[in-house]
Design a protein around this ligand. Structure first.
Ligand code: ADP
Ligand code: MG
Length: 389
């Protein structure tokens, strides 16, 4: 029998590298963290620049609140955050971030630098990080932030991602595949945040590959990013836990709002957030294509409490709504923004665990699917009626 080997404590550096590898899988996952930070900072304009699919350079510039100079020394340390202070905060967290791990992770697997300016600051500050601490970008020696010119907001630059973890680097696909994943993440966030202007371009390229205006609305942004073919067949429909009239498939007394607008109530909706104290109450806003639109693969955008997540159960349920209206092998576009009581979904799962589960998942899925199906049926019905008339 083999001799047992002694148990040793991992070095701090090794622990951090392992943790970083779990959070940052590829350029698109780094970008998602950075986008969320910019949105958390209240940015209304987010510009992304990419070189070699984000492996060489990933830069994100926002016009958010900026970072205080005095916070820069601990910015890239693990578990430093401005968003959470007590455990009970966790159940009502409204920001994307709260772990304080993203920037720390990036500093362990890439060259990270930051330029930031808060409104009251008279100049911007530039800082570079390696393994969680402030360094001089050129020498790698410890160094303080340096004053520089800059606008209000924050620019984060990630260079040479995975330069020190060759296995991870070699697992990445082509630069074009990584770039399309980056565009996909930005597209989804842009649709969910239509009042924020997003831009993404390759370094050195004169024209952006993605660009949205600020203060737009969901339908317009879908048209811009997924095209007219999707937008012209789009149905907008809201469902909530208090809807009595959307009960069972084929039920009566349906009063569906099958239109493209409804954006007037948006403001209200946001104000409502958390106003209801019943942990079982929820509301869903959906945009989905009608029977005239047929894609090869289903496009499914799911945001739960504004987080981009995945749910294969929901995806299957919504795709099934189209079985009787779409030809075999064709799929719809479905965007769902679901708001549930933060207490009924556990955000404290592993950061990379995007497949979520929450309270009353089955009931909510069914009600939303019923709503979609009812709208589709109503439309089909009115079309048949038109033909007959
Ligand atoms: P988390 O988002 O979980 O707090 P991060 O490592 O992503 O952790 O960020 C650490 C902290 O850095 C944030 O809590 C925030 O205070 C600050 N920060 C990061 N990015 C930005 C940004 N773009 N604008 C303003 N502050 C930022
Ligand atoms: Mg974050």
């Amino acid at each position: 029998m083999a001799e047992p080997k002694p148990i040793r404590r991992l070095t701090e550096n090794l622990i951090n590298k392992i943790a970083a590898g779990e959070i940052i899988h590829r350029p698109a996952s780094a970008l998602k963290e950075l986008l969320e930070n910019s949105l958390d900072a209240g940015a209304t304009s987010i510009r992304v620049t990419v070189k070699d699919g984000g492996m060489k350079l990933l830069q994100i510039q926002d016009n958010g609140c900026g970072i205080r100079k005095s916070d820069l020394p601990i910015l890239a340390e693990r578990f430093t955050t401005s968003k959470l202070s007590t455990f009970s905060d966790l159940s009502r967290i409204t920001t994307y971030g709260f772990r304080g791990e993203a920037l720390a992770s990036m500093s362990h697997v890439a060259h990270l630098s930051v330029i930031t300016k808060t409104k009251p600051d008279t100049c911007a500050w530039k800082a570079a990080y390696s393994d969680g601490t402030l360094v001089d970008a050129k020498t790698g020696e410890k160094a303080d932030p340096r004053p520089c010119a800059g606008n209000d907001g924050t620019t984060i630059t990630i260079e040479d991602l995975f330069y020190n973890t060759p296995t991870r680097l070699s697992a990445l696909r082509s630069t074009s595949e990584e770039y399309s994943r980056i565009l996909d993440v930005i597209t989804k966030y842009a649709i969910h945040n239509p009042t924020v202007s997003f831009l993404c371009k390759k370094a050195g390229s004169p024209s952006p590959d993605l660009s949205t205006p600020s203060s737009s609305d969901t339908a317009t942004t879908i048209r811009l990013l997924y095209g007219h073919s999707v937008a012209k067949e789009l149905i907008h429909h809201n469902v909530s836990s208090s809807d009595k009239n959307v009960k069972r498939r084929g039920g009566t007394d349906m009063d569906m709002d099958v239109d493209d607008e409804g954006d007037e109530d948006k403001q209200e909706e946001h104000e409502d957030e958390g106003g209801d104290d019943n942990p079982e109450s929820w509301k869903a806003e959906t945009y989905f294509t009608n029977a005239n639109y047929q894609a090869k693969k289903m496009v499914f955008l799911l945001f739960i409490n504004h987080r981009l997540v995945e749910s294969s159960r929901m995806k299957r349920a919504f795709e099934a709504c189209y079985l009787s209206v779409l030809p075999k092998g064709s799929s719809p576009f479905v965007y769902l923004s679901l708001q549930i009581d933060p207490r009924s979904v556990d955000v404290n799962v592993h950061p990379t665990k995007r497949e979520v589960h929450f309270l009353n998942e089955e009931e909510i899925t069914e009600k939303v699917a019923d709503g979609i199906q009812a709208c589709l049926a109503k439309q089909n019905h009115s079309r048949t009626f038109e033909y007959q008339a």
